[in-house]
Design a protein around this ligand. Structure first.
Ligand code: PSU
Ligand code: MN
Length: 338
């Protein structure tokens, strides 16, 4: 029989309750090329909080060896906040929901030649037995497949600058319409057109919720973008209640929970933003902006160069912040779903 990860099979497999070892055996029975880490499997079976983490930021966002260190520290932060981390990635053509340490280290190394995996790449990369870092888009799909309700990352993809001409709009946005997962991020990457990204999310019907005292929508390296979110919450209970209410109503979409970078990074944010503008201008001049999925990694690399690593320090801080908030939201969600 042909095996496909369709929306219906996602819903069937991702539906609770799995019972003990139910999920792994359900995946096995369907012969899906998916391996679930025993620790993640146990947490899900016992309805304990789990937070998904992506790996495109490891394979295509951060240089080696900082990327390996980052991936481990994000898992630690999730644990400290009461949840089990499930770092998602592709190893030798198998989707891993929760990577072993050795697998995480393998993906971080450039020699593993990991592919950047979005929805369109999943099946082909599996058949090619590739290694890969999952973008927000692909990570959302596998979180939904396994019933994980919270996913923490740095920056969601979105509408690129000039996207009205290049049509470079990340598949991350559309995925939030069909995966019932709360995506906790520092907003969208500052290389993007934030205004158009928010307009597009509105069109798609994806809730955008600023996490903090105001509705200010963060701009990744800086706490504010000048744009507003339609909603805000200032605690993990309210965020979890919104996600749970969507679940109760059977809404199949996710939500974007946008967490501003901690305030002490505000000054750095202003200077990094100048490098962002320069990198975007260079990408328009040298044509990298027309290279599809290579555009984002090039821009992040260039911003790292221009800021002599300062962007990396801010990027780590905002990622650790979202991992902590994601961990706390997942704890509250698990209480509601008891
Ligand atoms: N934010 C970062 N670094 C990254 C990404 C986000 O700080 O590497 C990744 C995420 O995985 C996101 C992807 O899903 O970039 C978006 O890429 P694109 O614009 O090609 O869809
Ligand atoms: Mn793109």
């Amino acid at each position: 029989a042909s095996i496909s990860i369709t929306r219906r099979s996602l819903q069937r497999v991702g539906k609770r309750p799995h019972g003990s070892r139910g999920l792994a055996s359900a995946l096995n029975k369907r012969n899906l090329p998916v391996d679930i880490h025993p620790e993640v499997e146990a947490a899900l079976a016992e309805n304990r909080p789990v937070v998904a983490l992506e790996t495109a930021v490891v394979t295509h966002g951060f240089p080696y060896p900082e990327n390996a260190k980052l991936a481990k520290s994000l898992e630690e932060v999730v644990r400290k906040n009461g949840s089990t981390p499930a770092t998602v990635g592709l190893v030798n053509g198998r989707i891993k929901i929760g990577l072993k340490q050795s697998e995480l280290e393998l993906l971080a190394e450039p020699e593993a030649s990991p592919v950047k995996i979005s929805r369109r790449d999943i099946a082909a990369a599996i058949v090619a037995k590739a290694n890969g870092g999952t973008t927000c888009c692909a990570t959302l799909i596998f979180a939904a497949l396994t019933g994980i309700k919270v996913f923490a990352t740095g920056g969601l993809g979105g509408v690129h600058r000039g996207g009205e001409n290049t049509m470079d709009v990340s598949a991350d946005l559309g995925e939030l319409t069909r995966c019932p997962v709360g995506l906790v991020s520092a907003g969208v990457k500052s290389i993007l057109d934030i205004g158009r990204t928010l307009e597009y999310l509105e069109t798609l019907g994806v809730p955008v919720i600023s996490y903090g005292r105001t509705t200010d929508f963060p701009s990744f390296f800086s706490p504010k973008s000048g744009f507003q979110s339609p909603w805000n919450v200032d605690n993990p209970v309210s965020a979890a209640q919104i996600l749970y209410t969507q679940h109760q109503l059977g809404l199949q979409n996710g939500a974007l929970i946008a967490c501003p970078i901690p305030e002490q990074y505000e000054a750095a944010g202003a200077s990094i933003q100048k490098a962002v503008e320069q990198a975007v201008a260079e990408s328009e001049a040298n044509g990298v902006n027309k290279l599809g999925k290579a555009a984002t990694p090039w821009l992040l690399m260039r911003i790292g160069e221009l800021t002599k690593g300062e962007s990396l320090a801010s990027n780590i801080a905002l990622l650790e912040n979202t991992a902590a908030i994601g961990g706390r939201i997942a704890v509250q969600y698990a209480k509601l779903a008891q």
